[in-house]
Design a protein around this ligand. Structure first.
Ligand code: CP3
Length: 342
C-alpha cells in the first residue's frame, strides 16, 4: 500500500473522513482529449502492455480531474490471452474472442498457470505508485469470474447470455471448472498488483445483473466469494461492483467485500440498506447525468450525498463508467462539487 491514510482508503474501511472521496470508473478514456491523442499512436492493448504509456494515461486522467484515487489503466480482458484465448477490439462492437469457450475440452485447454505473463500490469501499478507516493491511492482491478466467463463463452458482449447460461444449466461441472480456473488466475493477478503497491482492488462484475437471484447464488456466488476472500487476504480493501444488481445486493455483500459498488438504478439509500450498513458503498450517479446542465449535475450529486447521510463509508462514483462523448468540463465540475461539499 502506498497511501493507507488517504480519505479514499479510510472511507473503504468505513473510518470517518473530512469529506467524501470521489473517483470515476473509466476516468481515463475516450471522452478525454489527452487519451484520444495517445490512442492515435497506440492501440488499446498496446497502451495496456506498455507500462510507461499505461502509467502516463492513468496519471494524466487522475491529475486532470483532481480525483481522490487513480485506477490503473488496463482492461478486464487482459487475462484471456495468457489463458489461451486470442481476442481483439472491433471498432463500435467491443471485444471479439476468436474461439469462444463452449465445451469441457475447451475449458480443459485453458491455462491457469500463466499469471507471470501479465506482469506488465504490475509494472504499470509500480510506476503510478512511484509517481504519486502517499499523495494519491492507486486502485488495481480485475474482472469477476462471471463477467469474464461471459466474455469467454459468448465470444464478446451479449444481450441474453444464452451460451453462458446454457453451460451453467447443461454442463454445471464444466462451468464450475471454468470459474475455478478464473479464480486461480484472477487471485494471483490481483495479488501481484497489490505487491506492486495498489491500495485497493475493484472486482468488476459488470454483467452480473442478467442473472436471477437463484442462479446467482447457485452458479456464481461461491466462486466469487472464493476470489474476494483471496483478495482480502492481500490486506487491501476490496470493492465489488456490478450493474443491474439491485436484486443481488444482499447476496453480493456475503462475499465479504469491504465496499459494494451501486449502479444508478437504485437510490443510494435503498442500495445501502440492501447491502447493509456494516459495509461501505460506492456510487452512484447515472453517467448520462454528465450530459445535463451544470446545475442539474450539482443537484443530483447533492441528492446522493444527502442519501449517504454522512454515514462513514461512502465513496462517490458514477453508477457505471464515463461514456465516450461526455463533456470533460462537466466531469471536472462534478469532482469539484463533491469535493467542495456542494
Ligand atoms: O476506469 C479506468 O479509467 C481504467 C481503465 C479501464 C478500461 N477497461 C480501459 C478501456 C477499465 C477499469 C476497464 C474495465 C473493463 N473492460 C470492463 C469493466 C468495466 C465496465 O465498463 O463495466 C469491461 C466490461 C471491459 C471490456 C471492454 N473493454 C469493453 C466492453 C470495451 C468497450 C469497447 C468499445 O469500443 O466501446 C473495452 C475497451 C476499453 N477499455 C476502453 C477503455 C478506455 C475504450 C476503448 C478504446 O480506448 O479504444
Amino acid at each position: 500500500m502506498s497511501a493507507p491514510n488517504s480519505i479514499f482508503v479510510r472511507a473503504c474501511r468505513r473510518e470517518p473522513v473530512e469529506r467524501t472521496p470521489i473517483w470515476l470508473m473509466r476516468q481515463a478514456g475516450r471522452y478525454m482529449p489527452e487519451y484520444r491523442a495517445v490512442r492515435k499512436q497506440h492501440s488499446l492493448l498496446d497502451i495496456c502492455r506498455k507500462p510507461e504509456v499505461a502509467a502516463d494515461v492513468t496519471i494524466t486522467a487522475a491529475e486532470r480531474l483532481g480525483v481522490d484515487a487513480a485506477i490503473i489503466f488496463a482492461d478486464l480482458l487482459l487475462p484471456l490471452q495468457p489463458m489461451g484465448l486470442d481476442f481483439h477490439f472491433e471498432a463500435g462492437e467491443g471485444p471479439v474472442v476468436h474461439k469462444p469457450v463452449r465445451t469441457g475440452s475447451d475449458v480443459e485447454a485453458l491455462r491457469d498457470d500463466c499469471v507471470r505473463e501479465l506482469d506488465y500490469v504490475g509494472e504499470s501499478v509500480a510506476k503510478v505508485v512511484a509517481h504519486f507516493g502517499e499523495k494519491l491511492p492507486v486502485i488495481g482491478f480485475c474482472g469477476a469470474p462471471f463477467t469474464l466467463a461471459s466474455y469467454m463463452v459468448e465470444g464478446g458482449s451479449s444481450r441474453n447470455y444464452i451460451h453462458t447460461k446454457q453451460m451453467m444449466y447443461r454442463e454445471p461441472q464444466t462451468w464450475e471448472r471454468l470459474l475455478a480456473k478464473l479464480v486461480n488466475v484472477l487471485a494471483d493477478y490481483a495479488a501481484e498488483q497489490v505487491r506492486r503497491g495498489a491500495d485497493a482492488l475493484q472486482v468488476f462484475d459488470s454483467w452480473v445483473g442478467c442473472l436471477s437471484v437463484e442462479d446467482y447464488r447457485r452458479y456464481v456466488l461461491p466462486s466469487t466469494t472464493a476470489l474476494i476472500q483471496k483478495l482480502k487476504a492481500t490486506g487491501v480493501p476490496v470493492i465489488y461492483f456490478g450493474t443491474d444488481s439491485a436484486t443481488l445486493l444482499s447476496d453480493m455483500r456475503t462475499t465479504g467485500a469491504d465496499v459494494i459498488g451501486l449502479d444508478w438504478r437504485i437510490p443510494l439509500d435503498r442500495g445501502w440498506q440492501s447491502a447493509g450498513h456494516d459495509v461501505a458503498v460506492q456510487g452512484n450517479l447515472d453517467p448520462v447525468t454528465l450530459f445535463a446542465p451544470a446545475e442539474e449535475i450539482r443537484a443530483r450529486a447533492k441528492e446522493i450525498l444527502r442519501q449517504a447521510g454522512r454515514r462513514p463509508g461512502h465513496i462517490f462514483n458514477l453508477g457505471h463508467g464515463i461514456l465516450p462523448e461526455t463533456p470533460v468540463e462537466n466531469v471536472i465540475e462534478l469532482v469539484k462539487c463533491v469535493q467542495g461539499g456542494l
